[in-house]
Ligand binder design. Structure first.
Ligand code: SIN
Length: 141
């Protein structure tokens, strides 16, 4: 569990109600990864939505699929950004891998539980999906 106030400081969560933030904070856990570690791999089950608190993360294609270039970069995530968005989008498989380019701190949100909460509270589900779309579009700028 992390504090709901901590989440509210980030754009992705800023528009949520106190109760919604508390529900999400309950299933969030702070984690650290050293430089170079692989946080998740593409084509694996996407069960974790991450909020980057500190450090840097590169999303990349490792080249494990037919037609992929090995280690092709997708984009960089900076503090305040979210990644692992496939944990909220069917078929819940990561589309790229994530590597720590610096020592990293994240809030790791259990995607399975987040999906359950969103099913029960569809207003929250809509806000989350809207914020996911905005976060992914912002990567294009
Ligand atoms: C994924 O979730 O499929 C990869 C990471 C991201 O795009 O956030």
């Amino acid at each position: 569990m992390i504090s709901p106030e901590r989440l509210r400081a980030y754009r992705f969560f800023a528009s949520l109600t106190n109760q919604q933030l508390t529900d999400i904070a309950t299933i969030g856990e702070e984690k650290s990864f050293p430089t170079g570690s692989i946080i998740f791999k593409e084509h694996t089950t996407a069960n974790n939505l991450m909020l980057l608190l500190e450090g840097g993360v590169e999303l990349f294609y490792s080249g494990s699929g037919a037609g992929f270039t090995a280690d092709a970069p997708v984009c960089s995530i900076v503090p305040g950004g979210i990644f692992g968005v496939s944990s909220l989008i069917k078929p819940y498989q990561y589309t790229s891998s994530a590597r720590a380019t610096k020592p990293v701190k994240v809030v790791d949100i259990n995607g399975v539980m987040l999906r359950e909460i969103s099913e029960r509270n569809q207003a929250l589900g809509r806000v989350l999906m809207n914020n996911v779309a905005a976060a992914v579009l912002a990567r294009l700028h």
